[in-house]
Design a binder for this molecule. Structure first.
Ligand code: BEZ
Length: 396
């Protein structure tokens, strides 16, 4: 056999070795599939959405179907915790407050409370005074209200990724770092792939390459309407290291300049630290290409976040210790939240390409992985994710 041109064959190839790609690989390899994961950089890198120690874990969503899905993600997180031997979800509450009727990409406070009522998810409704008294916020506009959902909190990002890496490797999954997939050619029997190091064939491919999805899809005539934003994150010091507040997200009317949304994590409960991380969620200045990311936050966004903290969170010293940035990949249509489904009907062999990209997805990592593995191995999923499927092609 000509070894140079030999084509390796897998049941499933995953493109993108971030948390969703690794979770897909884990769910597929557990079911006996031969799986390879191709990551263009090193595994565990924090270049895309996975930056930093924690991500928000929450049960609440405005959309009832997504709210049900977070509930369905919970046992899958527990399963991953058991398998990895790590605590991954840390529940210290999720506080949403502000203008209750402001519509954002995260949803709307008032409607989310109605969804939680409908699905019997417990929460406590709070006034501005309650929020100030209980959690140390100050000078909140008097009409601000919101809720705290006690089961929310944070996911330990690094332990999740490290656990998935260990589990996939131990289960025999082939993990290829620094090997970008350059070409994807689906056909009725599977998919051909090529990288600078070789040629491969897979029965099914999972595209879990976040902001880079369109690079491989566009040559197939598919373009997902995704916006890529470089969002700032600021590390600050909490003045009283013992004070504990929940994860918080403030919903405010947009300004002329930006979306005026901010969030914050309390000192990370699995590290000995008095640092808090605060971020603006400004969906402004979309990047035409993820390669254009600078890794440096917009100084104006850092100032906006620190000014909000200075005015409303006296518990925290507003002088930034670390300024960082992460890529957020969001569907242009805020109603959609995620892209999850096959490219069936969009190109020849599209049914052999499963796509999971876009959205604030970390809370769904094990569920997204299971759905992708099911779509690859069963051709269908047991989860209600129809609304997240790729839109039908528009006729020219
Ligand atoms: C979320 O809960 O999905 C979220 C939290 C903070 C920033 C962005 C998204």
């Amino acid at each position: 056999m000509d070894l140079v041109s030999a084509v390796e064959h897998y049941d499933v190839v995953v493109v993108g070795g971030g948390p969703v790609g690794l979770a897909s690989a884990w769910h597929a390899v557990r079911r006996g599939a031969r799986v390879a994961v191709f990551e263009q950089f090193e595994f565990g890198n924090e270049r895309s959405g996975t930056s930093g120690a924690e991500r928000h874990w929450r049960l609440q969503y405005t959309e009832p179907d997504l709210c049900r899905l977070t509930g369905e993600a919970l046992p899958l997180w527990r399963d991953l915790e058991r398998a990895s031997g790590e605590t991954l979800l840390h529940a210290f509450g999720s506080l949403w407050f502000g203008d209750v009727d402001v519509a954002t990409n995260e949803g709307k406070i008032s409607e989310t409370a109605r969804t939680m009522d409908q699905l019997s998810i417990p929460y406590e409704w709070l006034t501005a005074s309650d929020i100030e008294r209980r959690y140390g916020f100050a000078h909140l506009p008097r009409h601000f209200e919101g809720f705290v959902q006690p089961d929310g909190g944070a996911v330990d990002v690094r332990a999740t990724v490290a656990g998935l890496l260990r589990l996939t490797e131990a289960a025999g999954c082939v993990l290829r770092a620094d090997e970008p997939v350059r070409e994807l050619a689906p056909d009725v029997d599977g998919v051909r792939l090529s990288t600078p190091r070789g040629r491969y064939r897979a029965d099914k491919v999972v595209l879990a390459n976040g902001p880079y999805a369109n690079r491989l899809l566009e040559p197939l005539g598919i373009r997902l309407e995704l916006n890529v934003f470089e969002m700032a994150l600021v590390t600050l010091r909490q003045r009283d290291p013992r004070a504990r507040h929940p994860f918080w997200f403030v919903f405010q009317e947009p300004t002329e300049e930006d979306t005026n949304l901010f969030y914050g994590f309390p000192p990370n409960s699995w590290q000995d630290t008095d640092h808090v991380r605060i971020g603006p969620v400004f969906e402004v200045n979309a990047l035409s290409d993820p390669e254009r990311a600078t890794g440096t936050p917009d100084p104006r966004h850092v100032t906006r976040a620190c000014d909000w903290v200075e005015r409303h969170l006296p518990l925290v010293d507003p002088r930034p210790l670390v300024r960082s940035a992460c890529l957020a990949v969001l569907p242009a249509d805020p109603e959609r939240q995620f892209f999850l489904g096959t490219a069936g009907g969009r190109c020849t062999g599209g049914e052999n390409v499963v796509i999971a990209t876009g959205g604030w997805g970390f809370k769904f990592v094990p569920l997204l992985g299971k759905v992708c593995a099911q779509l690859c191995l069963d051709g269908a999923t047991t989860y209600d994710v129809d609304r997240l499927a790729l839109p039908a092609p528009t006729r020219p």
